[in-house]
Design a protein around this ligand. Structure first.
Ligand code: ADP
Ligand code: MG
Length: 412
């Protein structure tokens, strides 16, 4: 098969790396890719016409869509009548992620545990909701906001302000609602599904804050590890029974076909696991730790899923753990410089993976070109071994302004 991976981050690099291991992969191209991937082909991932034209030109048998913007733009829908199979949900199914309000109502319709929410139309209504819920609440914008549409508020005054701020920063007319704060610990449970059959992937935990100890501004993710020791098989069984299966059954009962990765962002509370959000794709940096732990022919499974004929077998989790430490540009997630030369990659130990996020090639030099530059991924029989190996190799890579958290995978 000629395979394409749509996107340009570390997640897509990891997907291409995994798919290239399949004996069925004749070629794997990345659209548009980055300085660590090849061959790359230029495309605008959120333009379904452009993507379809490139798939036809390259005679691709399968396109794996990495990111939510392309899914929400309808790339998978556009490819449906073509000779390229598309792995990922349609725009309608992607609403689980692209409309938080739609997802909330979906969960309410199907009795899936999640935080209670309120539709609010004025600051007074926000304050009233905060009062009802002990002074705290979460403000959420409906649409895709790249992590910038959610504010957890500790007081009614803060809630009122945050609601106004989020409304101002979002497109006119987009709903901004509020929900109750859930207490507990967070974990991401991901699966591959064709809408019926479903295989759980190793559970992952990411580290969103920029600095050690979960301080500082939120980022796209400064690192991750998998699997998560605290998530025992008992909790996982509850997730399957009360969240995953009702979600897939709910989609089917509403006539919505879902093929792709499904990501459950969960809060494990004293009252059981509850959904914080759905994502309609692999997380980034979760993908970088999950895919190296995955045994089996992912390409074969994806093809079966696209044809709606998967029996749910073919994937399993390897023993051990994986850790991803992100090397970010100094200043990220705020303003940062790019174009710095990256050195030391050739000295990374065998078996340690380096997936590229924000890099580009200039002749035979490798330069930074984004906020999250590199993902250093190490495996180990125990988590501490993977963590130590990752950091030993982080120390071998350098670029001006490089910033990494020092505590990825150390608290769990
Ligand atoms: N109801 C909630 N209770 C507590 N924390 C929440 C709640 N909803 C969201 N959060 C926090 O905000 C983060 C971002 O919210 P999420 O719904 O995942 O949106 P997004 O990832 O699109 O920004 C979550 O990872 C979690 O830490
Ligand atoms: Mg989230």
């Amino acid at each position: 098969m000629n395979v394409g991976v749509l996107g340009s981050g570390g997640r897509e690099h990891a997907l291409a790396w995994k798919l290239a291991q399949s004996p069925h992969a004749e070629s794997v191209v990345i659209l548009p890719g980055n300085g660590g991937t090849s061959p790359n082909v230029t495309v605008c991932p959120t333009d379904p016409e452009d993507v379809a034209a490139v798939c036809e030109r390259l005679d691709l048998d399968l396109l794996v869509v990495g990111g939510e913007e392309a899914l929400a733009a309808g790339v998978v829908d556009r490819l449906q009548a073509t000779s390229t199979l598309a792995f990922g949900p349609t725009a309608a199914a992607t609403r689980l992620e692209s409309s938080k309000l739609w997802a909330k109502r979906f969960m309410e319709r199907h009795g899936i545990p999640s935080a209670e929410h309120a539709d609010v139309g004025s600051t007074a209504e926000v304050l009233a909701a905060a009062d009802r819920w002990g002074g705290r609440l979460v403000v959420k914008a409906d649409g895709l906001a790249a992590g910038k549409g959610v504010v957890v508020c500790d007081s009614p005054a803060r809630a009122g302000e945050a609601w106004e701020d989020v409304r101002r920063s979002r497109p006119a007319g987009e709903p901004v609602f509020v929900e109750r704060v859930l207490e507990g610990w967070e974990v991401s449970v991901l699966c591959v599904t064709d809408g019926r059959a479903c295989a759980l992937l190793p559970a992952a935990q990411d580290h969103k804050a920029a600095y050690d100890g979960d301080r500082g501004p939120n980022t796209g993710g400064m690192g991750a590890f998998a699997p998560v020791p605290a998530l025992d098989t008992g909790v996982l069984e509850v997730v399957r029974r009360t969240i995953l299966e009702p979600t897939l059954a709910g989609l089917r009962s509403e006539g919505i076909a879902y093929c792709g990765f499904l990501y459950l962002g969960l809060m494990v509370t004293s009252d059981g696991p509850k959904v914080l959000e759905y994502n309609a794709r692999l997380g980034d940096p979760e993908a970088e730790v999950i895919l190296p732990l995955l045994r089996g022919d992912l390409l074969d499974v994806m093809r079966a899923c696209c044809r709606g004929a998967w029996n749910g077998t073919g994937l399993s989790a390897a023993d051990g753990f994986a850790v991803d430490v992100v090397l970010a540009s100094g200043g990220y997630p705020g303003a940062y410089a790019t174009g710095h030369e990256i050195v030391g990659l050739e000295s990374v130990e065998p078996g340690v993976l380096v997936f590229h996020g924000g890099t580009r090639r200039a002749g035979d030099r490798l330069l930074t070109s984004g906020g999250r530059v590199l993902h250093v991924v190490a495996r180990g029989d125990v988590l501490t071994e993977a963590v130590d190996r990752a950091y030993r190799n982080v120390a071998r890579i350098r670029f001006a302004g490089m910033h990494a958290r020092r505590d990825i995978g150390r608290r769990h």
